[in-house]
Design a binder for this molecule. Sequence first.
Ligand SMILES: Cc1cc2nc3c(=O)[nH]c(=O)nc-3n(C[C@H](O)[C@H](O)[C@H](O)COP(=O)(O)OP(=O)(O)OC[C@H]3O[C@@H](n4cnc5c(N)ncnc54)[C@H](O)[C@@H]3O)c2cc1C
Length: 397
Amino acid sequence: MAVQENCGSSCLYEALVVGAGIQGSFTAYHLAKRGQKTLLLEQFPLPHTRGSSHGQSRIIRSAYPQDYYVAMMKRAYQLWAVLETEAGTLLHRPTPMLVLGQQQNSEFQSFWQTMQRLDIPHEVFTPQALAQKYPEIHPHGGEMAVADLTAGVLYPDKALQAVQEQFQRSGGTVRDGEKVLRILPGNVVTVTTNRGEYRAKHLVITAGPWTGCLLAPLGVQLPLQPLRIHVYYWQAKGPGTRSHVEHLPCFLGISLNQEAHHIYGLPSDEYPGLVKICYHHGSPVEPDQPDQLDRASAVPDRQILQDFVRNYLPGLDPEPAVEERCLYTNTPDEDFVLDRHPRFNNIIIGAGFSGHGFKFAPVIGEILCKLSLGEETPYNLAPFRISRFLPSPKATL
Ligand SMILES: Cc1cc2nc3c(=O)[nH]c(=O)nc-3n(C[C@H](O)[C@H](O)[C@H](O)COP(=O)(O)OP(=O)(O)OC[C@H]3O[C@@H](n4cnc5c(N)ncnc54)[C@H](O)[C@@H]3O)c2cc1C
């Protein structure tokens, strides 16, 4: 990526953002649009595939069991549209997302009730109606579905490039291939990288799976667990089923095959004719050594997905055709961390996006920007506070 050099290491920035994944890039974008002289630092040359924000597809949806996520998504959709206009390109395509589950399942009920209560456009399918509309889906356990009609597929690589370009157009500076090694808190924060030293009045840490490494020397131990996620693509068994399979909508399976975690799928995009189906959980890893797995805690995701495909999508070959990988950074409750450092008021943390943060990135960037500027946000941020992990602040600081 070309570096737009506004000022060098001697210069004082209003804001410095660590990590140019989707969350840091949107945070920097909002800060620059607010007239803040902003530096965005990224450890790897951009673009890269070693964090969480790369690839060709992510689900965007309003459907969530929790009202606070639905409220944030309303704003996220508006801001995605703004970026599309600014960039002059589409960053998503609409397609319904089926929430698939047993009618009596409490989580399935929560999704459905929230869609009704908050007027999210949706359509309900009995098992019979589902089989009729989507003959390639077998409601193996008598599942029904509620389709979120606001949903779609986002294009992450394009989105990341677009937001970084707009950030630079607003006067921001990106420096990639530059790893932050040390953060010295103070009224003016000093950041040391492998290439230099920078000073800023405000710091935002959005370092994805590496966030824990940056926070530990600042006296905060958050339960952020990097997980290695396998991304599997599946092909139709024969030409007869191919056209059906290509028209599958997005789906989110709740407790299918008795699995503890969701199974989700996206229509074919990046590999024509292949459907992306993943298990929403992975195996603990160190982000710098994603190939070194502790076998005892490895998740049997491939087996789980093969069983799912055999039972629910029998038109697909139960051997995945392509396998890729990505990283999640999970919190124990799978809610994000969007907060100030407990001691250093001018250090803001955005982390723990737990495998569902991409769709929110424009509004998360706006929230982190506002926290940085000391402004109120209209959202319920209580679920995202650091204090939920710190029973006694004194014990950990
Ligand atoms: C397989 C997969 C499927 C997903 N599907 C969906 C979906 O359908 N819908 C959805 O909404 N979300 C989805 N997500 C989640 C979403 O992609 C993530 O929540 C989001 O990308 C997290 O972005 P981030 O900016 O926090 O992290 P990252 O993208 O990892 O960015 C952090 C950046 O910080 C940099 N960094 C770290 N340490 C330093 C340092 N010391 N100095 C400088 N730079 C540093 C890293 O190199 C990295 O570029 C999915 C994720 C995966 C992996």
